[in-house]
Write a protein that binds this ligand. Structure first.
Ligand SMILES: NC(=O)c1ccc[n+]([C@@H]2O[C@H](COP(=O)([O-])OP(=O)(O)OC[C@H]3O[C@@H](n4cnc5c(N)ncnc54)[C@H](O)[C@@H]3O)[C@@H](O)[C@H]2O)c1
Length: 265
């Protein structure tokens, strides 16, 4: 099996760590030493796209790096199954499959954390895999087999592409809400002279709640959420809700409270 990786940051290097002992793995990332030319990867069996999808000024995800990479693969008549690991808003993979009809596309959103990227990637709670309607049965099988062989004991949830994308955003909006609420609860506890960690322990022992995302302050020493994923994915979620004319009162409150708490709004 030949595996190509485009974008060799947290996610791309975790993909490499997972398969380098059992496949020929090469990456393309002009910013990283050891990068192979893209042309060398285009006929690999599977190519993982792990490039950034940062926030645009309006909060929407900037898909220009993903589009550029797919454009290059399409121009090179790539025979790979191209798996998007980059976080892309619901509907993106279907739209990209229509724009690049000759590429076999899949989307497999990633749930790792930066601070434990490789360990998280190697021990996923579940794998989520989605295909746009145009992806052929043999192409689907190729990705399924790759994931199943590497993670035989991990539940593999196969969905349509938009549902798979939605799982990633829904999870991150949920985590942002949990972190934001924990910060608010901790402030009230502080006003009552109660150490937050005692409250947290008491909550976390309830398996319906769990301990994750309840620490205040977080890893960066601040209450609320920072980092590169939760703020941008929440912003993209709010933009999506706007586009769909859907109420996002809870998520918007989480966003505004976080800005206020972190002095950004
Ligand atoms: N970091 C996380 O915790 C995490 C978790 C889940 C999902 N994601 C998502 O995965 C994607 C990648 O995130 P990351 O944290 O690995 O980013 P990163 O910034 O660590 O790495 C991205 C890499 O892509 C390279 N790159 C940019 N444009 C390129 C191009 N056109 N061709 C080749 N390489 C290119 C950059 O040089 C960089 O090294 C994003 O969509 C992100 O939202 C990240």
């Amino acid at each position: 099996m030949n595996i190509g990786i485009i974008g060799y940051g947290y996610v791309g290097s975790a993909v490499a760590a997972a398969w380098s002992d059992r496949a020929r793995v090469r990456f393309h990332d002009p910013a990283v030493q050891g990068s192979a030319p893209l042309s060398e990867l285009v006929h690999d069996d599977v190519v993982f796209v792990c490039v950034p999808t940062p926030s645009r000024p309006d909060g929407r995800a900037d898909l220009s790096a993903v589009q550029a990479v797919l454009g290059e693969l399409a121009a090179a008549r790539s025979s790979a199954v191209v798996v998007l690991k980059s976080t892309v808003p619901p509907g993106s993979t279907v739209a990209l499959s229509e724009r690049f009809p000759d590429l076999a596309l899949a989307v497999a959103p990633e749930f790792l954390r930066e601070r434990s990227a490789v360990a998280d990637f190697l021990a996923p709670a579940r794998l989520v895999l989605g295909f746009p309607p145009s992806t052929s049965a043999p192409a689907r099988d190729r990705v399924r087999t790759l994931l199943h062989d590497r993670f035989p004991d991990t539940p593999l949830l196969e969905l349509d592409a938009t549902a798979a994308e939605l799982v990633k955003y829904a999870a991150n909006v949920f985590f942002a809400t949990k972190v934001g609420l924990a910060a608010e609860l901790a402030e009230v506890a502080g006003s009552l002279g109660v150490p937050w960690d005692e409250v947290r322990r008491g909550m976390a022992l309830d398996p319906r709640i769990g301990d994750d995302h309840l620490r205040v302050p977080g890893d960066d020493g601040l209450p609320g959420f920072g980092g590169r994923c939760l703020p941008k994915d929440l912003a993209a979620w709010l933009a999506l809700a706007d586009d769909l004319g859907r109420d996002a009162t809870v998520a918007r409150a989480v966003h505004l409270a976080n800005q206020k708490r972190r002095g950004a709004g």
